[in-house]
Structures are given as structure tokens and as C-alpha cells.
Design a protein around this ligand. Structure first.
Ligand code: CUA
Length: 317
């Protein structure tokens, strides 16, 4: 069926039926009131038409009960729509803790994805059915937009920061991925496919690639080759803070403020180290901007996340 020009995308994620329910209620309410108002205009135009040249209508002074009624009813409708929409929005952008994290880097004009086990792919994304998938997305040039209609997810992918979105594919199949933000001459060709597989097939697919290192393992090698360990090694913590157990904690900064050490914080600390220096340290770290790719930064962050907290580190969030 759905190959030509589908009027409505199929529902292939756990969120899809819930988004559609809200959408249909919004359309239903709009159609109901649009019809009601259109009919009222036609009926009143006939009923209150001018019947003779010297006809004078009676003066109307207003009706408080009517005013209150048609203010309160639409207010209740819009409040319900707002609360319902906000709930779905927050759920879409708040991944569950056990989600499988996949990195996506957009560039003119392709989508590059890397799985935690190390396998990477371009313009395709293989995922297991039924599992919550969290995407950590960034762009290496301009603004793109990751849009999978069948999953009802869509998020801008911005250079210089990480966006997060998640979905739980409910049906095996191949679904279209679009770039939904004009990003240059080949924007319309920036397409991809999401391949949803049975979990066992996904495991097989992961194993069928070239024997790559895990993302965290690749990050560990970058950490060594870029010389990070010279200041952030386990024993050398005079010039830079130790990084084990740092992720997800709230850190105190030199200027007295605090920051949550999340993915965006770690990325900023690599490309713009002077921005948020941890209390007790000097702003002496050089920038690594341009020295490491977006994929590399994501790998280093994965490595830092994988480091177990040591004894007596900061309290976790
Ligand atoms: Cu990328 Cu449009």
C-alpha cells in the first residue's frame, strides 16, 4: 500500500498512536467548530436579513452569561489541548534510562550513525524492535532536521550542541528518514532509511560488520592519542579534574555557579574549555576544536560515561 503518496504515515512506534490520538482530537474539535460557525453565519444571514427599506433592528445591550459561557468553554478546550500536547512533548524528548544510545552526526548531505558496539552506517539506521532507542544528534555543519514520520519524531539537528530524541519501534520494517530543514542544494536528497529488525536479527547484523571497537573503546584510544590523560589521568589531577564518575553530576565552577556535567557540558569543555572551568582549577586547557571530529567527540564522551566513579567522588544526580 503506502508506497505512492500515503495520506497518513503508518504507525511504527509506541508513541505514534498516542500522537495521532491527539492530532485527531485537534482536527475533530476544529472541524466541529468550523462547521458550527459556518452554519451559524448562513442561518443568521437569512434569519436576520433586512426585510424592508425602513426596518430598524432592536437594540442589544449584551448578555453576561453568554459572554462568560463562550469564554470559559474555549478556555477549557485549549487548556486540555495544551496539557495533553505538553505531556506528549516531554515524553518524546525524555528518554528512559535503559534506552539504547545511538550517535547520529548530520552533515551536508548525509546521516552518519554509530552504534554503541562500534558499528557505523550512513543514511541507514538499523534498530531492534521493541527496544527504546535514544538518539544523540549533532551536526558538523549547518542545521538539519531528523524526521521519521512513521515514528512521529522530528527534531532539529544543530551544529555545536547535542539534541536528544527517542522512540520505541513497534513494528519490523523499513521506514523513511527525511531531512526536514533546508540545508543547501542537496537538501531534498538527504534521505535515509530506518530498518527495524527483530532483536535477534539486530544482534546478527551488529556482528556482521567489520570488527570495530566499541564506541567507548574508540573514545579511550582518542583520549590517549590526544594526550588528555596527561592532565586528566587517574593520578594526574593537579592541572585538570579527574573524569571518572563525573558524568551526570553537578559540578561547581570557578565563578561560583554550578553546571550539570551532561553531554553538552562535556562537549563544550572539549571545544571551548575556558567556558566552564571547575572550581579549584586554572583555565589552562587548550581547545581541541578542529583536532577531533564530531564522531570523535561523541566517542570520547561515551568513554567518559563508561568510567566508573571512584571512591569519594561527587554525589550523583
Ligand atoms: Cu540536511 Cu536538509
Amino acid at each position: 500500500m503506502n508506497l505512492g503518496f500515503p495520506l497518513f504515515p503508518e504507525q511504527a512506534s509506541a508513541m505514534a498512536p498516542r500522537v495521532d490520538a491527539l492530532f485527531f482530537v485537534l482536527v475533530g474539535v476544529s472541524v466541529f467548530f468550523a462547521t458550527l460557525i459556518s452554519l451559524a453565519i448562513v442561518v443568521f444571514a437569512f434569519r436576520y436579513r433586512r426585510r424592508s427599506a425602513n426596518e430598524r433592528p432592536a437594540e442589544i445591550s449584551g448578555d453576561l452569561r453568554l459572554e462568560v459561557l463562550w469564554t470559559v468553554i474555549p478556555l477549557l478546550f485549549t487548556l486540555v489541548m495544551f496539557a495533553w500536547g505538553a505531556k506528549l512533548y516531554f515524553e518524546t524528548y525524555t528518554p528512559p534510562r535503559n534506552a539504547l544510545e545511538i550517535h547520529v552526526v548530520a552533515k551536508q548531505w548525509m546521516w552518519k550513525a554509530q552504534h554503541p558496539e562500534g558499528r557505523s552506517e550512513i543514511d541507514e539506521l538499523h534498530v531492534p524492535r521493541g527496544r527504546a532507542i535514544k538518539l544523540l544528534l549533532t551536526s558538523q555543519d549547518v542545521i538539519h532536521d531528523f524526521f521519521v514520520p512513521a515514528f512521529r519524531i522530528k527534531t532539529d539537528v544543530l551544529p555545536g550542541r547535542y539534541m536528544m530524541v527517542w522512540f520505541q519501534p513497534s513494528r519490523a520494517g523499513v521506514y523513511r528518514l527525511f531531512c526536514a530543514e533546508y540545508c543547501g542544494t542537496q537538501h531534498s536528497g538527504m534521505l535515509g532509511h530506518i530498518v527495524v529488525m527483530a532483536p535477534s536479527e539486530y544482534q546478527k547484523w551488529l556482528g556482521s560488520g567489520p570488527g570495530e571497537d566499541t564506541v567507548a573503546g574508540a573514545g579511550a584510544r582518542l583520549f590517549q592519542s590526544l594526550g588528555c590523560a596527561a592532565c586528566h589521568g587517574e593520578k594526574n589531577t593537579e592541572r585538570g579534574p579527574a573524569l571518572a564518575g563525573l558524568f551526570g553530576t553537578r559540578v561547581r565552577l570557578r565563578d561560583g555557579k554550578a553546571a550539570l556535567a551532561d553531554e553538552n557540558y562535556l562537549r563544550e569543555s572539549i571545544v571551548n574549555p575556558q567556558a566552564k572551568v571547575i572550581a579549584g582549577y586554572q583555565p589552562i586547557m587548550p581547545t581541541f576544536k578542529g583536532l577531533v571530529s564530531e564522531e570523535g567527540i561523541l566517542q570520547i564522551i561515551s568513554y567518559l560515561k563508561s568510567l566508573e566513579p571512584r571512591e569519594g567522588t561527587r554525589e550523583a544526580q
